[in-house]
Design a protein around this ligand. Sequence first.
Ligand code: SF4
Ligand code: SF4
Length: 111
Amino acid sequence: MSNESPCLTCGACCAAFRVSFYWGECQSAGGTVPDELTLQVTLHHACMKGTEKNPVHCTALVGTPGERVSCNIYENRSSTCREFDIFNEDGSVNEACVRARAFYGLAPVSR
Ligand code: SF4
Ligand code: SF4
């Protein structure tokens, strides 16, 4: 059985929601996220380019959602991206993951 993460054949959350975070996470403010891949959305928040409009598709997402994907800035991605997962910290299902997958015709990830 493969131990590969289901996220590698999904990527739906990177192409379904606005991905915003505190602007201090941008490189110019001492963070990790490359500024040129972001847009300012409020006084204190930036978002990943491509997630501010429909159809949503983060500019750092490589590949096709539901097939094979990767993140171009994986090591430098924001806390929003790092904290979004299939399951919540308490082990419950992340309903936003379920919704994003459903948008691309994918069933929820089973344990
Ligand atoms: S929607 Fe869920 S399964 Fe798909 S990439 Fe995001 S966290 Fe992973
Ligand atoms: S930065 Fe990477 S992990 Fe975050 S939304 Fe974009 S592609 Fe997904």
